[in-house]
Design a protein around this ligand. Sequence first.
Ligand code: PRX
Length: 635
Amino acid sequence: MSNYHIKHLEEYYQVYRKSVRDPEAFWEEIAEEHFVWRKKWDKVLSWDFKKPEVKWFEGARLNITENCLDRHLPTRGTKTAILFEPNDPSEEAQHITYRQLHEKVCRMANVLKDQGIGKGDRVCVYLPMIPELAITVLACARIGAIHSVVFAGFSSNALSTRINDSDCKLVVTSDGSYRGSKTIDLKGIVDSALKDCPGVKTVLVAKRIGSEVSMKSGRDLWLEPLVEDAYADCNAELMEAEDPLFILYTSGSTGKPKGMVHSCAGYMVYSAYTFKNIFQYKEDDIYWCTADIGWITGHSYIVYGPLANGATTVMFEGVPSYPDFGRFWEVVQKHKINQFYTAPTAIRALAKESLDFVEKYDLSSLKVLGSVGEPINEEAWHWYNNNIGKGKSPIVDTWWQTETGGIMISPIPYVTPTTPTYATLPFIGIQPALMDEEGKEIKGNQVDGRLCIKFPWPSMARTIWGDHDRYRDTYFSAYENKYFTGDGALRDAVGYYRITGRVDDVIIVSGHNLGTAPIEDSINEHPAVAESAIVGFPHDVKGNALYGFIILKETGESRDRDNLRKEVNQQITEQIGPIAKLDKIQFVPGLPKTRSGKIMRRILRKIAGKDAENLGDISTLLNPEVVKEIKDNAL
Ligand code: PRX
C-alpha cells in the first residue's frame, strides 16, 4: 500500500523524504492506488519553470466526477455527501447522499448540454452557498466545461470583468441570496453585469429566496423545471490529465484579476491527498469548512478534496453572527462536526464576543481545527485552542494559495507537534526555499526570506487564462527556476515555517486577497480625485484593513470631506464589492514619491500603522515635504 494516510511523525519524515527523492515514483503510486482512471498516464511529470510548463500524468484520461461520485456508489450510495445547513437555523438541514448527488449532478450536466455547453466551454457560476453551487461545479466537470465560480459578494462590475476575461457563454445564478438577516438581489447584479457581456447567451436561475425578478426572454431560464425534465444519468466526458478543470480569479498587483487555471488530474490527486491527511478524515466523520465555494478553499476543501475521499462535507449558507454569535458552535453541536476549518478573521470576530456563545454548546465531537487565509495571531490561536478545541484538538494552520490549488505548508494533526502562529512543515512533496533579495537561497535554520517553491507539485496552477506571459512574469521571473509565492516567511530552529505576510502589493483583508491597483483605479475614477494610494494597517478583527491616501483635484477641494469619503466607498462597493471598502481615508496634498515617480508605500504603511517614528532616509524622495504633512494629519 502506498503512503496515502500518514499516522506518525516518523512516517511523515520518511514519506516526505521519499516524495522529494523520487517525486515521480511517489506520486505515481498515490495516483495509481487511490483514484480511478479510464487510461493511465504515459509520463508522470515533465516540467520547465523557464517556459513555464508543468504537466502531471500526461496521457492519462479521467473524469474527476467519477472519482468524486460514481466510484462511491457501490459502498457509499446512502452516505451523506453534502450536508446543507441553511442560513436560517429553523429551516431544515438537507442531507444529500452520494446517490442523490450523482443524480443531481447528472441532471444538471444534461441541462447544461441542452443549452449547448460542451467540453472546453466556460461557465460562470455566481451562486450563494446552496447545494446548486456544488452541483453546478460538478456538472461542469462532468461534461468537461470549465467552471469559473465568482464569489457572490463581488459587484456587477467585478462579475462582468471576469465573465468577459474568460468568454463565458452561460451564467448560473439565483434569484437572490440570504446573508444573515438580509437578502441580496443576485439576479439584479447579474442583469447589470450582463449589460457589458455580449458573449453570454443563457442565464440559468435557481430559486432560493422567492423574490420577484425580471427574466429576459430568450436569455433567462428558471433552473428547476429544466432539472426536473432532464435525464438522470449522464456519461462523464473523458478528460485528458492536463485539460483545464476550472478557472478561479485572484487579485494581482496590477488592475486586472488573474484567472488561475487548474487542470484535471494533478489537482484531483493533490486536493484529495492533502484533505485526507491534513484533516485526518475517517470514514464516518462529518467535516465542515466554513469558506465559500467562491474561493479556492471551497473548491479544494468543500467540493473536490472531500468528495474524492467519499467524505461528508458541510455546506453552510449563513454567517457566524446570525442569528447570534453562537451560530458556528450551534452547528458544530447539531451535526456533531469532527473537523472544523475556518479563517482567523472569523475567530477574531467571535473571540470579541462573550464566551457564553461558546459554552452553551457541546463541542466534544471536534477532533481537528483548521485555519486558513492569513496569518493567525497568537491571541486568536490560543482562544481557538482553549475555547473551541479545549486544548485537545490540534490546530492545523494551513498555508497555501489560489495558485497552489492545495495546502502546501501545514501540520498534520496528531502527527506534527504544533506551535502557535507556525504553519510548521512542508506537506509531502513540497520543497520550499527562502530567498534573499539578491536571488540567493538562504540555507539553514533561524532565517527569513521570500518564500519560493523549488519543484512542481501536482495541483499547481498551469497558467493565467489568456495570459501566459503574465503567469511567467508574476510567478517565475523573480527567482530563477523557482515559483515565487509573493509571501515572506521565516524558518525557525527546528525547521518550522511561519508566514510573515505579503511582500508585494496584495493586502489580505479578512482573509480576502485584495490588490491595491484595482482599488486605486476605482477611486481614481471619482471625479473629485486626482490620485490615490492604498496600504494595509493592522486591524484586530480583519487582520488588515485598508487606509487610503487621496489627493483631490482642485474642483474637489471645496467638497465636504465626509461626503467624499462615503462616495469613494460607494464607488468601490459598486466596482469591486464591499470587502474592498476603506476603513480610513486621509486627504493629502501629495504622495511621497521616488525620483522615478514610484509611490513609496513603505512610508505610507508606517504612517497608517502608527509607526511613523522611524521612517528612514526620506531625503532622496522627490517631495520629502509632504511626509510631515501626511504624518501630522494621520487618522
Ligand atoms: O499571504 C498568504 C495568505 O493568503 C494568500 C493566498 O490567498 P488566496 O489565494 O486568496 O488563498 C487563500 C486560501 C488558501 C497567501 O499568499 N495565507 C493563506 N493561508 C495562510 C496565509 N498566510 C499565513 N498563514 C496562512 N495559513
